[in-house]
Design a protein around this ligand. Structure first.
Ligand code: PEP
Length: 262
């Protein structure tokens, strides 16, 4: 715990928006142009993860700014007969840097499993993309007191066969499923407890040095009102933001809250 507080300053703080299925390309351009001047002095990495069809426009619109662009998913094969899928090479070529993998909405509605999360994560890393790997427990799992078991299983399976060197490009997002899009935020203590537990899992798998360097975000109804308290915690190194990332002032306020971390 003390070590986590000491090493917090060494980790990259990342605030990433997850736009989900919102904004057409022209709307994306307008929102990014609104966000850019508000976050230009950010003390953290600022990322916008946007729908596939918005990606090229988003990369173009953020040229010369400090905003990085991420996708919301990728396939694990390089190419082939996978109708409707997008490869890591396609993302890379247009200038995408990050990719969200294993979001609970994909797990819940699109049959994503820890096995496919693992395949996508490894493919993203091999292509030089930075995966934001999402893990989190259902409300029922928390109520049954098996949060740590669920998280440990996801971390072990999702990061299976990822090398310690590759971990330098992996971001973990702890997103309790019951807090996503519900307005129910985990308390800062709950977020810290699980983010700290994730770091202890990473330590077991990859060693202390690697674990101490991994950015672990919290996600789940984070907004301009609760961000500062969450981001102050030693093991919370940023946020994955859904709803609030679609409102320029709210997203910018969360980015600004990273400067108040200590
Ligand atoms: C998310 O989609 O990753 C998320 C955390 O959504 P929200 O902030 O809306 O809860």
């Amino acid at each position: 715990m003390i070590l986590d507080a000491l090493t917090k300053g060494m980790r990259k703080t990342i605030i990433a928006g997850n736009w989900k299925m919102n904004k057409t390309p022209s709307e994306a351009k307008a929102l990014l142009e609104e966000i850019a001047p508000l976050v230009k002095d950010a003390k953290c990495e600022v990322v916008a993860c946007v729908p596939y069809v918005d990606l090229a426009t988003a990369v173009e619109a953020t040229k010369g700014t400090n905003i990085k662009i991420g996708a919301e998913n990728c396939h694990w094969e390089e190419k082939g007969a996978y109708t409707g899928e997008i490869s890591t090479g396609m993302l890379k070529e247009i200038g995408v840097e990050y990719v969200v993998i294993g979001h609970s909405e994909r797990r819940q509605y699109f049959g994503e499993t820890d096995e496919t999360v693992n395949k996508r994560t490894k493919a993203a890393l091999a292509a030089g993309l930075k995966p934001i790997v999402c893990v989190g427990e259902l409300l029922w799992e928390r109520e049954c007191n098996i949060t740590n078991e669920v998280i440990a299983r996801q971390i072990k399976l999702d990061l299976w066969d990822v090398t310690p060197e590759e971990m330098a490009n992996v971001v973990i997002a702890y997103e309790p499923v019951w807090a996503i899009g519900t307005g129910k935020t985990a308390t800062a203590e709950q977020a810290e407890e699980v983010c700290g537990f994730i770091r202890s899992c990473l330590k077991e798998m990859f060693g202390l040095e690697v674990a101490a360097a991994v950015t672990i975000q919290y996600g789940g109804s984070m907004n301009d009102q609760n961000a500062a308290e969450l981001l102050k915690k030693p093991n919370v190194d940023g946020g994955l933001i859904g709803g609030a990332s679609l409102v320029a002032e709210k997203f910018a306020a969360i980015v600004a809250a990273t400067a108040l971390e200590y």
